[in-house]
Design a protein around this ligand. Structure first.
Ligand code: BG6
Ligand code: MG
Length: 219
């Protein structure tokens, strides 16, 4: 029988609410190009790399740009995103996250990070959460983004556990698909409809009401 040995966490929208800043920065960029980006359209961008996100946005707005302009826009978006993140501190860690991570440590369950963001280390340091993660797989390490399972498979390998012994926590449809493609249990964090449809084994609104025992029952 398989058992829980490791939990892999997405960062943006799971550990900390940076998802709102990604959305705001992209929306400003879209507005600057003359169109809007709705909350529903933004769901397509969650878990997806900066470059891919820009491509999706340009498609939404039916805008065609040369490579140089795209690079400049992606850099501008990142500057704005980091500016919005500047005021964050440990108080911005999402409710219940720290208590949940402490409960995993107490049970001897390993903890890793699997994020598409190239800013993951910076954000973790800023919110004082780096120490929790025995491995960090971020946008600088991966060659294939979610929904490809590479991010989470790399995390499992780093932690020396089999995918079948891992749970992934994700707020993105692409992330849930990545976890399932990697043969892991996937817990969605957020609104159930899209996450369930993407294959989530369980969806939670947040971490307030769960502990290590709750998730062990998923095996
Ligand atoms: C993911 C976010 O975690 O990271 C995406 O959900 C974001 O919205 C992606 O585009 C890449 O982030 P960054 O910080 O490298 O631009
Ligand atoms: Mg996310």
């Amino acid at each position: 029988m398989s058992e829980l040995k490791a939990c892999l966490f997405d960062l943006d929208g799971v550990i900390v609410d940076t998802a709102q800043f990604h959305y705001l920065a992209w929306r400003e960029l879209a507005n600057g190009l003359g169109f809007d980006l709705t909350v529903a359209q933004n769901e397509q961008l969650k878990g997806v790399s900066r470059v891919e996100s820009l491509e999706i946005i340009l498609k939404i707005g039916a805008v065609e740009l040369d490579a140089e302009t795209k690079n400049r826009l992606a850099a501008t978006k990142n500057e704005r995103y980091l500016e919005l993140c500047q005021k964050m501190s440990s108080e911005d860690v999402l409710p219940g996250v720290q208590v949940f991570l402490d409960s995993l440590i107490q049970e001897g369950i390993k903890i890793g990070l699997g994020s598409a963001s190239k800013n993951a280390r910076l954000i973790l340091a800023q919110i004082g959460m780096t120490r929790y993660f025995a491995t960090i797989v971020d946008g600088n390490r991966i060659t294939k983004g979610k929904p490809d399972p590479q991010t989470f498979l790399m995390g499992a390998e780093d932690l020396k556990v089999k995918p079948i012994n891992c749970i992934v926590f994700e707020d993105a449809i692409a992330g849930i698909k990545a976890a399932k493609a990697g043969g892991m249990i996937a817990v969605g964090v957020g609104e159930p409809a899209g996450l369930k449809a993407a294959g989530a084994d369980m969806v939670i609104p947040g971490f307030q009401d769960i502990d290590a025992t709750t998730v062990k029952h998923l095996f």
